[in-house]
Design a protein around this ligand. Structure first.
Ligand SMILES: [Zn+2]
Ligand SMILES: [Zn+2]
Length: 133
């Protein structure tokens, strides 16, 4: 069983040693694992677990109908926008909390990993960052 049960790719030695598994316990390759259970951070472009991503987003409201400011937001309640893309049609301002400007040149709205959140809001108290809504 040296193949991914999902895409049938041959696993590399690292994946064989420490394989990812889907919910049925079937062995899957890193790519499939990331596709299924992770999302990409818009800041560092690394994959991180979906469990962590529903707390923070960068909103860059290019097409937004309201005048919400660009920045890093904590999500208080889902759904917080009324289209298929964050930063799209309408952001419900009472469902997000603005934490700070984002300092890097990010021209996209999207999910932010906890590591980047920490870097961006270093001085915000830990419990505010850690606890979900
Ligand atoms: Zn695969
Ligand atoms: Zn990141």
């Amino acid at each position: 069983m040296n193949k991914c049960t999902c895409c049938q790719e041959t696993l590399d030695s690292e994946e064989i040693e420490n394989p990812g598994k889907d919910e049925d316990g079937d062995i899957i390759c890193d790519n499939c694992y990331n596709e299924k259970y992770c999302t990409t951070c818009v800041v560092c472009e690394e994959y991180f677990p979906l469990d962590d991503w529903n707390h923070f987003v960068i909103i860059d409201p290019e097409n937004s109908e309201n005048e919400i400011k660009t920045g890093l937001y904590k999500i208080l309640e889902w759904p917080f926008y009324s289209s298929n893309t964050i930063g799209g049609d309408y952001i419900f301002e009472n469902k997000v909390k603005r934490l700070c400007d984002h300092t890097q040149d990010i021209e996209e709205s999207g999910e932010v990993c906890p590591e980047c959140v920490k870097k961006m809001v270093g001085n915000i108290k830990k419990h505010e960052i850690k606890n979900g809504p």
